[in-house]
Ligand binder design. Sequence first.
Ligand code: NAD
Length: 335
Amino acid sequence: MLRAGIVGLGWWGRIITTTLSNSSRLRLVAAADVDPAAEKFANAHGLSFTTDTNSLLTNPDVDAVILCTPHTLHCDQIIRAAAAGKHVFCEKPLSLAHADAMRAVAACNTAGVVLGVGHERRFEPPTLDLRDAVDAGELGTLLQIEANFSQDKFLSLPADNWRLSEKDAPAGPMTATGIHLLDLGVSFLGRPVTVLARVATLGSELRNGDTLAAMVTFATGTNLMISAILATPFEGRFAVYGTRGWIEIRDKSHPENPTGWTMTRQIGAKDREFVDYPASSGVRANLEAFAAAALGEGAYPMPQQQMIDNIAALEAIFKSAKSRTIVPVERATGL
Ligand SMILES: NC(=O)c1ccc[n+]([C@@H]2O[C@H](COP(=O)([O-])OP(=O)(O)OC[C@H]3O[C@@H](n4cnc5c(N)ncnc54)[C@H](O)[C@@H]3O)[C@@H](O)[C@H]2O)c1
């Protein structure tokens, strides 16, 4: 059993706390939040509480920390936790800049601790089946991916909320939802080389942008098309097209309350198949895979090069959304 402390008890920190309440691999024991009002929630879930984040990051009673804090804090908090010898699970995005992702990964490797990232979509049962189908060659050569993650949850946030700021959340919907699609794209297509992105405010008061389209081109020449909108009801769709067939996954609900998925499979001229998946928590599966790796039971199933490539492409998307030009994705060697 891995003993963990959680930093940030806002929306997602609370979802993670309740999701882990009956985990047999990972036990939350402590929480930190700069907002003292979070103490009530922590106590109700049996967690010790502090407003001093540093004291949690160095708490000898925790083996691992889970970071659920605003994006600009991630890199520094990872480095501080790793220096204290804690395994680190960081919510997405790992950072907002390629150089920071490199620094965070290096800090964990130097300290010999496991780094996990909150990309639960990789761990959802239909995604795992899609990966098996791709690996088995069922779809043939991959040609294109179309992906959509949209929602309207942020419309009720106050205008000064960090999630709506250019500093913490550049390119409108990109760090909230688009980043999950980018991560999945990298997991299927490998190395991203260029991006072209457009962000606009078309249907809300979100000054930072409510509608994003991005095209990411990979070294293979394959394109990932990302659609992410913050001013329309929830939609989740990931569709992979190949020379032998295609598979589309549709989410029935937001991952905060997973109610299952539908998969459509079209393989060659066979009858089209429709597969219904029951509810399952990718969030919990991801955290338990992290715990298993931290407990020495095998590698965390997300290559560090993909963590870094994802952030390099994210940074290129920020630049492209501003410049409205095609931007190359950086890749440093030496990992
Ligand atoms: N994996 C997912 O699907 C998913 C979904 C939603 C949010 N997230 C991620 O979770 C993270 C948090 O997002 P959220 O929506 O919960 O935000 P939030 O604003 O609801 O919560 C953030 C919390 O962090 C606290 N905080 C701020 N600065 C702090 C500091 N220095 N030390 C300790 N606590 C601090 C705030 O008081 C707040 O309680 C982000 O990285 C976000 O992208 C992931």
